[in-house]
Ligand binder design. Sequence first.
Ligand SMILES: [Zn+2]
Length: 144
Amino acid sequence: MSELRRRGGGRTESGAFLLGRREGQRRFFRAAVFYDDLDPNAYSSGVCILYADAFERLWGFCRAHGLQVLADVHTHLGDSFQSEADRRNPMVARPGHLALIVERFASDPVWRHRTGVYRYEGSHTWTNLSGWRARRILNTGTFA
Ligand SMILES: [Zn+2]
């Protein structure tokens, strides 16, 4: 969260891919790859935008470290609801992918139950798992 805050500088959104491993129903976080490390211009429009080159770097990193993309996370100036652009443009359009959104550019304090948690179901549909459910998901890595 502090890296998201720092990289956005209180002026732009910032984001990262959360990498790790899936074991059964659980997801274990290992490493974050920030969008601006994949593309220095990722935030230049004020919102997070990545092009094909950035994804090539991401997949290369995953291969090299034996990790999977578990989720992406990005900040919003305001609340943690998905924008129309967020809904229409999943960072990873794979069913089961999670998109997390952190309000107020991730400024302190960051509350898990106020973090947007959206699971991609395919065909541009999402399940909203935000609220107290988000807290449990982020604590335990499971949807149970
Ligand atoms: Zn957004």
